[in-house]
Design a protein around this ligand. Structure first.
Ligand SMILES: C[S@@+](CC[C@H](N)C(=O)[O-])C[C@H]1O[C@@H](n2cnc3c(N)ncnc32)[C@H](O)[C@@H]1O
Length: 264
């Protein structure tokens, strides 16, 4: 299995940095969800598509239970093993989310973060998460975005559509996964509650800091869409100018779903 999003190995380190930043920036949204589903008292937790382990580490902090992380990419698991080497309650292994290598009804809690957007068969992933969860246990997709609800102002007619889904699609992701969460969870037989994780609008300073960390990804996405260096420079100048002026507004909804597996 390859890393999905399909990242060439030359960009692997940048991608790891991006995951780290994302984990930091979304902690305030994810932490309450983990507590809400009872992570503190859970004994066995599975984090599906754990990637570099940044989010798994947050989970491990909140529980005395055992946390198992699986990811389809061996390279990701190697990174996660380094990041989590001092965590005695964490175990990591390579594994396919569409065919989870555990028995039925094994875990108290099964989580994933930003995985369904990249999964080739998201329904299969949620079905598997439900299968390995105990009756009465919880399945959580903590953050899955929907770029169809993306707002960006002042507008840029050429660039906005690229960041409102086109770039994600090109890399094999589903930019509209957020709106599908309820369907995926209900069809997996889970009693489902869906909500929006991010109800705070970032300040221009936060948006700017994020842009500078992820700049290579933005620029590459624009070039992949055929923009010339001159067009990229023009866009970046205007983008940073409205951030410096403190007038830019960015928002896109990130949904979560909590499913309870019915008692048998
Ligand atoms: C955007 S990363 C998110 C990683 C981590 N959950 C986080 O939030 O930092 C998506 C991860 O899902 C993994 N993934 C995608 N499809 C998978 C599958 N079918 N089985 C296992 N892992 C998968 C990728 O390898 C990648 O590490």
């Amino acid at each position: 299995m390859t890393i999905n999003p399909k990242i060439p190995l030359s960009q692997f380190n940048d991608f790891i940095k991006k995951l780290e930043l994302q984990a930091l920036e979304t902690a305030e949204e994810r932490m309450p969800l983990y507590l809400k589903i009872g992570i503190k008292d859970a004994r066995k937790i599975l984090d599906v598509g754990c990637g570099s382990g940044m989010v798994t580490r947050d989970i491990a902090h909140l529980t005395k239970g055992k946390v198992i992380g699986i990811d389809g990419s061996k390279e990701m698991i190697n990174v996660a093993n380094k990041i989590l080497k001092n965590y005695k309650n964490v175990e990591l292994k390579v594994g396919n989310a569409e065919d989870v290598p555990f028995d039925d009804n094994f875990f108290d809690i099964v989580t994933c973060n930003l995985v369904l957007m990249w999964a080739e068969k998201p329904q299969k992933v949620v079905n598997e998460m439900a299968r390995v969860c105990k009756p009465g246990g919880k399945v959580l997709a903590s953050l899955e975005p929907d770029y169809g609800g993306k707002l960006h102002y002042p507008e840029d007619q050429k660039v906005d559509p690229i960041f409102a889904g086109k770039a994600i699609k090109k890399r094999g992701g589903d930019p509209h996964i957020g709106r599908k969460l309820r369907l995926l969870f209900v069809r997996a037989g889970l009693k489902t509650v869906v909500g929006i994780g991010n109800n705070r609008i970032w300040s221009c300073e936060e948006d700017k800091a994020y842009y500078h960390h992820a700049r290579d990804f933005y620029v590459k996405a624009l070039k992949d869409e055929g923009l010339s260096q001159k067009e990229v420079d023009r866009w970046e100048y205007e983008y940073l100018r409205s951030l410096d002026e403190g007038v830019q507004l960015n928002f896109f909804p990130q949904f979560y779903a909590i499913g309870t597996k019915p008692e048998a």
